[in-house]
Design a protein around this ligand. Structure first.
Ligand code: UN1
Length: 501
């Protein structure tokens, strides 16, 4: 039985006001109950959105660089509590501690990014066709931003959205995965501490947390007071959020399923490719949106690479995620294990040859699901390969020409992340060109997972099309006003229209 009390003490967090009966938090490490919390009723969700709206009306008037100062203070809290929060992430998700810590670092990074951004929310000035006129754009705060996040990145995904939203002058209502409520509470409490240090400019209620199941998320997506909903998770969930937003003509950012592939070309540095493959395919036990799921290997290097990969896979340290030697922790729960087994059965029925995939470490108890990551050699890109299974399954195929590999690469409904390992410049350029990878992320000699926060994060097709995090993703969290200013003393009309009154 893992205990959370010492961790919560290190974070300085009291759970009392969140405790209840209907929302259990369990650790996938041994399946043990960590605590029982209380779900929020639809009435409470509505009330929280109301409070967020009131807070935003004040927050939008605070100058953006000053808003950045709040995010800077939050970044300080994260730095001070990185170790404890990283451990809590590991405890509640089962990801290895290195990745738990990495996730908190990702939060710190986006805070730094957002602080800089708070002085760079630039608009354009545009040449007017009329004499004595100036055209310009101003970016204004948008309103209340709803964030729906998944269990696999229980703290970082909120922060990509929230750090930008706060500097953009928005308030945030967060519905985290019901599998990771403790992580969300910890982050909410750390943010509250930053607000307290910031002083009275930070309106109460700027950051709201709503705990509960999908109904809670639907209440956020359907509420007319929520200007933007940023949702990360399954394609099924994203479709519902997209429809709820479309019905009321609100904005959405969707970061949904991925079915990410890598092409290993004959010129690839195989040592490097091997490390990238293993990290991308088995990191977070294959439960990242960006996890590597399909591997297309050129026939000249296929056998050599496969032999090395098999050897590595059989020796992968699977076990307790706090153990520094472990590289693969448990799956999140039984449903994840069953989905993995169903996909492997389908792959076998479709002609796949399987290595691994079985449940191991039974001494962790009946409610913990540790598996050996699976390698499956496929005769063709069959239906099971077109689906995203959130588990460490890597399908392999042999290719002859880059054209063929690219065609397979793009022939799936998802379009998040992709990569090629090659030292051939022309191949690299083709992969990144308009006719190459159709994903939102296309990497060369870098695996598909583990993106930095500085780039825009998201993808195409069933991945949903939204972008979070870096680059100019902030624009989705603001509204654009086009201003025309006339200093000519006359009133010429655009397009030269004459309208004499
Ligand atoms: C996700 O799985 O939802 O690029 C996000 C990565 C991480 C984020 C993954 N920085 O793998």
């Amino acid at each position: 039985m893992e205990t959370i009390a010492p961790l919560l003490a290190r974070l300085g967090i009291e759970l009392k006001r969140y405790e209840g009966a209907d929302l259990p938090s369990c650790s996938p490490i041994d399946g043990a109950l960590l605590t029982r919390l209380r779900s929020d009723t639809p009435e409470l969700v509505a009330a929280r959105i109301g409070q967020a709206q009131v807070a935003q009306a004040r927050w939008r008037m605070v100058p953006a660089p000053r808003r950045g100062e709040l995010v800077r203070l939050f970044g300080e809290e994260l730095r001070a509590h990185k170790a404890a929060l990283g451990e809590l992430v590991t405890l509640e998700t089962g990801k290895i501690l290195q990745e738990g810590l990495g996730e908190v670092q990702e939060m710190i990074d986006i805070c730094d990014f957002a602080v800089g951004l708070s002085r760079q929310l630039y608009g354009l000035t545009i040449a007017s066709e009329r004499p004595g006129h100036r055209l310009m754009e101003a970016w204004h705060p948008l309103g209340v931003v709803g964030v729906i996040s998944a269990f696999n990145f229980p703290v970082a995904v909120w922060s990509w959205n929230a750090a930008l939203a706060f500097v953009c002058g928005d308030s945030v209502v967060w519905k985290p995965s019901e599998k990771t409520p403790l992580c969300a509470i910890a982050v909410q409490e750390l943010f509250a501490r930053a607000c307290a240090r910031f002083g009275s400019d930070a309106p109460a209620g700027l950051s709201q947390l709503v705990l509960g199941n999908a109904a809670c998320g639907a209440a956020v997506a359907e509420d007319a007071r929520v200007a933007l909903v940023s949702a990360t998770g399954s394609t099924r969930m994203g479709r519902e959020v997209a429809q709820a937003c479309a019905r009321r003509l609100a904005r959405s950012i969707l970061e949904l399923g991925g079915n990410n592939a890598m092409i290993v070309a004959p010129s690839a540095d195989l040592d490097m490719a091997l490390r990238a493959i293993v990290f991308s395919a088995v990191g977070t036990a294959g439960q990242r949106c960006t996890s590597l799921r399909r591997l297309f290997i050129h026939e000249h290097v296929y056998d050599a690479l496969l032999a090395r990969l098999k050897k590595l896979y059989l020796a992968l340290p699977v076990g307790h995620p706090m153990d520094p030697h472990t590289l693969v922790g448990p799956l999140i729960d039984r449903a994840a294990f069953e989905a993995m087994q169903a996909a492997l059965a389908a792959a076998r029925a479709e002609g796949g040859q399987l290595l691994g995939g079985e449940r191991i470490a039974p001494d962790a108890g009946p409610y913990a699901y540790y598996v050996r990551p699976a390698l499956v050699e496929m005769p063709d890109q069959t239906p099971v390969m077109r689906r995203e299974t959130f588990a460490p399954i890597l399908y392999l195929m042999r290719y002859r020409s880059l054209e063929q590999a690219l065609a397979w690469h793009n022939a799936v409904p998802q379009g998040l992340s992709s990569s090629i390992f090659t030292r051939d410049l022309l191949e690299a350029e083709i992969f990144m060109s308009a006719g190459g990878s159709d994903c939102g992320i296309a990497n060369v000699n870098v695996g598909p997972s583990g993106a930095e926060i500085g780039g825009a994060f998201g993808g195409e097709k069933e991945t949903g099309g939204g972008r979070e995090s870096g680059s100019d993703a902030w624009k989705a969290y603001m509204r654009r006003a086009t201003n025309t200013i006339n200093y000519s003393g006359t009133l010429p009309l655009a397009q030269g229209i004459r309208f004499d009154v």
